[in-house]
Ligand binder design. Structure first.
Ligand code: GDP
Ligand code: ZN
Length: 348
């Protein structure tokens, strides 16, 4: 996530430029909407937002004569910001144009902070977050926990995909089995697959069907390779620039929705693949550890840090074996890193 710090003046200047741009775009947009309104428009129908391009969106007709067709649409004023995956009511114009007149309810919203730190939706109606890990680069429990917490915070069920199954060997087997048992005990699905040898493909295809998924995870685990395997017609670049190289640059490519030939939808963009932890309050963080939930609020001290204070409910759950020590360590580590972020933010 971009942690570039801006001075107040820089922020003000950026905002001024953005406001001016937005005003200009709005003027252009209302002209376009007027023109469309003047022509023939179809009756209202349901559509699905496939992608976003500046002021316009690609909408796929979900029913009627146009079902399956894409239309480049403008948005009628006073509709909340629309994102990929939104269900909309729209009216088709000529030449594959159209106007979106209303946004449907979202059952989930994937959110990320924008460069002003405000949480903004980046995709709607995602049903599951597939956290991709691999034997190489090595999957650390703490990193997996970070993704799980981020997914729990937006209330989208996460599942774990161990890719590069072909690289599981005598040397790393025990470590991987340990992770598998830890996370399946917590109730998370765990699937092993290889985008190289295509082992384990059938269970993955089944997991993806009839719903909308996103793939997230550390660079190098094989997200692009998996997506390329699932979308053979698309040109997905494998082994692209690592996150390290991209760091600091703001990823602007917006999310796009794909229909997989094997069934199910996939929403993808470089920004989505990097979906991860942002600054969150301590309760949201603790609730992100699903097995902590029954014990939260039960500690003797309201501001308990769960670090050995008397009457700590989490500590006693740990002693009873109801919480694994690696998860408790993760929680403490993530909380400490959030504290660091808070210190940075208060300087702004
Ligand atoms: P991403 O950064 O997560 O998108 O990862 P990529 O898809 O770019 O893959 C990173 C590297 O891992 C590439 O060199 C791939 O060829 C390799 N890779 C991807 N999937 C597998 C797999 O299932 N097995 C093996 N052995 N290598 C893989
Ligand atoms: Zn406690």
């Amino acid at each position: 996530m971009g942690k570039r710090r801006l001075t107040k003046q820089q922020k003000w200047r950026i905002k001024k430029i953005q406001d001016e741009r937005a005003r200009r775009a709005e003027r252009k947009e209302s002209e376009a909407v007027e023109q469309l309104d003047a022509g023939d428009l179809s009756a209202e129908q349901k559509g699905l937002v496939i992608a976003h391009y500046g002021q316009q969106l690609d909408v796929e007709a979900l029913d009627g004569d146009l079902k399956g067709q894409l239309h480049r649409c403008y948005v009628r004023a006073n509709i909340d910001s629309l994102v990929t995956g939104d269900i909309v009511t729209w009216r088709a114009g000529s030449d594959n144009s159209g106007i979106i007149v209303a946004r449907g309810d979202r059952h989930t919203a994937l959110k990320r902070p924008d460069k002003f730190g405000q949480l903004k939706p980046i995709a709607a109606n995602i049903d599951q977050i597939l956290i991709v890990i691999a034997p190489e680069p090595e999957a650390h429990a703490n990193l997996i926990d970070r993704y799980l917490v981020a997914a729990e915070a937006v209330e989208i069920p996460p599942k774990i995909i161990m890719n590069k199954k072909d690289l599981i060997n005598d040397e790393n087997q025990a470590r991987i089995t340990h992770l598998q048992s830890l996370y399946t005990k917590l109730g998370y699905d765990w699937i092993e697959v290889s985008s190289k040898s295509r082992e384990g493909l059938a269970p993955l295809v089944k997991l993806l069907s009839n719903r909308t998924s996103i793939f997230v995870g550390q660079s190098g685990v094989g997200k692009s390779s998996l997506i390329q395997m699932l979308l053979p017609e698309e040109n997905i670049r494998v082994g692209e620039l690592s996150e390290g190289v991209r760091k600091g640059t703001h990823t602007t490519t917006t999310a796009k929705l794909f229909h997989m030939p094997t069934g199910g939808d996939l929403v993808d963009s470089p920004g989505i693949r990097e979906f991860g932890l942002w600054h969150m309050d301590e309760l949201t963080l603790a609730q992100g550890f699903v097995e902590f939930r029954p014990f939260l609020g039960a500690c003797k001290f309201r501001d308990c840090k769960h670090q050995g204070e008397p009457g700590c409910a989490l500590q006693s759950a740990l002693e009873q074996g109801e919480i694994e020590s690696s998860r408790m360590e993760s929680f403490q580590r993530i909380r400490d890193s959030l504290d660091d972020q808070t210190i940075i933010n208060t300087h702004d």
